[in-house]
Design a binder for this molecule. Structure first.
Ligand code: GCW
Length: 681
């Protein structure tokens, strides 16, 4: 096989304590039990997993009625709540696709309202076994925190992947849709961590991709959608706003034009005839050259709603991206601020979107840098469905050649208090629907997968894919708990392996931040490919990404005296950012122009902080490599080789970053390093 099974490889667990409970499986309350049903899938997964990990052949009794199950014989009971007997199940507080995993006497019960809930309960049990945790007296009730837990693939139909660092697409090849065993193994992987929606093609929809929603491709998409549906996943596609012109032969794509509206209705009707469970569209409009409603002097609400109305009769959704900014800026223009753009473009439209539209907002106001403040649209929008977009693909965080475990970053975003309400207004509350009672909301992430043997290029980058799913399911989980699960599932539950890999993962994002651009300023990368250091790479460009370094200091003034961006936040956040003394230091240069001799809370000057962190970042990479070498004999040889190759690239790159940044700021400032370390002059 040309790919591995990721975290579903089910390695053998010796001496598992609770094998008795697992030898028999009873199904209750399950009406249909046929290939194609999620319950069928879930049972097969469980049987295979138990067989793989514990070498037990589980006997499955599908006729199960609770009353007939012997109360003095061990076994797993999988049960769907009967909606007609609500009172029997009310005590369990199951919501949506939640599950209960509980030992009741001789039985281990997996109870859920939905088939997907059963599957999620099954995967929870599998995780417990893989981590060698006892299930004796277990009682876990989990309801998903976010209704939508999506992946966005930026795959193109020629097989390339925009910002892909793990080979080519496994969805497309030579302008055709590919459906094969890997489609199913992909669905298994992501369903096991709770993903329930997938957009398979790039948001930049060009050429053949515009035709994905036509007869030319619908047959093949239906095959894919069926495989996904077995795992509780809905298929979405990115659509081209100008499709009525590009493939419909109309002369315009004006959302308020009746002919355009009818074209979409017709197109969407055909899509649903072919794929009844189709999820809907993801749209990038008026962004980086893509067409959109601005051409016709219409708003983004007009644009989104025309699609929403056509999708509504079928239960389809429009996920509309807020990544809208002027990408033709002049570096001499100090007033225009790209950071302001999403808020400025969308805040006035709050409340104007139809119920089946969701605004998808990138975590930060710029573009997936190693450190950004959160987007002020969260906490600004109050009457609009919202979804948080993060990037698992490591476009700006080492491109899957560097280890960079991103869950801690996303946790910080989710934990950020927007103060939109006195209570319950963290970003996690807003996107889950808790703050405003929304149901069409959740999280989305740009996927980091491709057709590489290990799916994610860097073996350790799989922790981000795994972790994203787990976090979207339960935003309360800690980064550490997620990492541990992934390590146990993928490699081993042995202490040394868990501890060393955990140390590496937890060190990795801070290390990357240390050796790249300082204190939240971002960018400083090579233009276009975004890999490696180039301090002035974007400084005189049109993208709105400047650091404004001179001989006295650097940073962008985003206070009232500057671009005014800080004022887009609710109080007290606006004042916190506005004032250099209260601005969190990791974001200092994002919000302020700061002199090199400015004293940080550590007592160090800004310039000394820059030198120190760049030396530290490299030594952190060396530490990570040492920790990894220590577990050489405890992990598969091929994994060790691949990861060590990438570590070598990471170390080289980190040194290059260190030296370029230190030299650049030495030359600007003329200030010597207090410790006399090597800085190229
Ligand atoms: O950061 C930019 C990326 C583009 C991407 C865009 C987006 C898909 O460099 O490659 O386009 O973000 O999010 O739309």
């Amino acid at each position: 096989m040309c790919y591995n099974k990721g975290w579903l490889n089910y390695h053998r667990i010796e001496h598992y304590p609770d094998v008795d409970l697992l030898s028999k499986l009873y199904l209750c309350g399950v009406k249909d039990y046929l290939p194609g049903d999620i319950t069928f899938t879930a049972v097969k997964e469980l049987v295979n997993a138990i067989n793989g990990m514990l070498n037990i052949d589980v006997e499955v009794d599908i006729q199960g009625q609770r009353e007939l199950i012997p109360s003095d014989k061990y076994g797993i009971i999988i049960e769907r709540c009967n909606p007609e007997k609500e009172e029997e199940f009310a005590e369990y507080k199951l919501v949506g696709d939640g599950f209960l995993l509980k030992q009741c006497g001789f039985h281990l019960l997996i109870l859920a309202r939905t088939e997907s809930g059963i599957m999620y309960g099954v995967f929870e049990l599998i995780r417990r076994i893989a981590s060698n945790q006892s299930i004796n007296q277990v009682e876990i009730l989990e309801n998903p925190k976010n209704p939508l837990r999506m992946l966005n693939h930026w795959d193109n139909m020629d097989g390339s992947i925009e910002r892909g660092y793990s080979g080519n697409s496994f969805f497309f090849e030579d302008k055709e849709v590919v459906v094969n065993d890997r489609t199913k193994d992909y669905a298994r992987l992501i369903a096991s961590v709770g993903i329930n929606g997938v957009v398979i093609n790039n948001v930049n929809v060009r050429a053949e991709a515009t035709e994905l929603i036509t007869d030319r491709y619908l047959g093949k998409l239906k095959e894919m959608a069926d495989i996904f549906a077995n795992y509780g996943i809905r298929l979405f596609v990115s659509a081209n706003f100008a499709a009525p012109m590009e493939i419909g032969g109309l002369s315009l794509a004006d959302p308020l034009d009746e002919g355009v509206a009818n074209w979409w209705k017709d197109c969407i009707r055909k899509v649903y005839e072919a794929i009844p469970g189709f999820g809907g569209f993801l749209i990038k409009a008026d962004s980086e050259g893509r067409p959109g409603p601005f051409t016709y002097n219409r708003t983004h609400a007009d644009g989104a709603n025309v699609l929403a109305r056509a999708l509504k009769p079928y239960g389809g959704l429009v996920v509309w991206r807020c990544f809208v900014y002027n990408c033709q800026q002049d570096w001499r223009d100090y007033k225009t601020d790209r950071a302001r753009a999403a808020y400025d473009n969308f805040i006035g439209l709050d409340g104007k979107f139809d119920e089946n539209v969701i605004l998808q907002i990138k975590n930060g106001p710029m573009d997936f840098q190693v450190r950004e403040p959160v987007s002020p649209l969260f906490g600004g929008l109050k009457n609009t469905n919202q979804m948080l977009e993060v990037q698992i693909a490591q476009e700006y965080t080492g491109q899957q050649r560097h280890v960079c475990y991103l869950i801690p970053m996303w946790k910080e975003v989710l934990d950020f208090n927007t103060y939109a309400k006195p209570e319950g207004a963290k970003i996690a509350d807003i996107v889950s629907g808790r703050t405003y009672g929304q149901v069409n909301c959740g999280m989305a992430a740009v996927a980091n997968t491709g057709n590489d043997y290990n799916w994610t290029g860097h073996d350790l980058a799989a922790a981000n894919l795994y972790g994203y799913g787990r976090l979207a399911w339960n935003t309360d989980m800690s980064s550490e708990a997620i990492a541990k699960e992934w390590i146990c599932m993928t490699y081993s539950y042995k202490d040394k392996v868990v501890n060393n890999l955990l140390q590496i993962l937890l060190k990795s994002w801070p290390a990357y931040e240390k050796y790249t651009s300082p204190l939240g300023i971002g960018w400083m990368v090579n233009p276009n490919n975004h890999y490696g250091p180039n301090v002035d790479g974007y400084e005189y460009d049109r993208w709105g990404t400047y650091h404004r370094a001179d001989r006295n200091g650097l940073g962008v003034d985003r206070t009232k005296e500057g671009t005014g961006y800080a004022q887009q936040y609710n109080e007290p956040n606006a004042s916190m950012y506005e004032n250099i003394e209260t601005c969190p230091e990791e974001l200092l240069l994002f919000f302020h122009y700061v002199r090199y001799d400015y004293k940080l809370k550590s007592g160090k000057t800004l310039i000394q902080h820059i030198y120190d962190t760049h030396f530290e970042g490299v030594s952190d990479v060396e530490d990570m490599i040492r920790s990894f070498e220590e577990i050489k004999s405890m992990i598969p040889e091929d994994v060790y080789q691949r990861v060590m190759e990438r570590f070598a690239m990471q170390l080289d790159s980190a040194k290059e970053w260190r030296d370029r940044i230190n030299t650049y700021f030495y030359r600007k400032s003329g200030v010597e390093d207090a410790y006399g370390r090597k800085i190229y002059k």
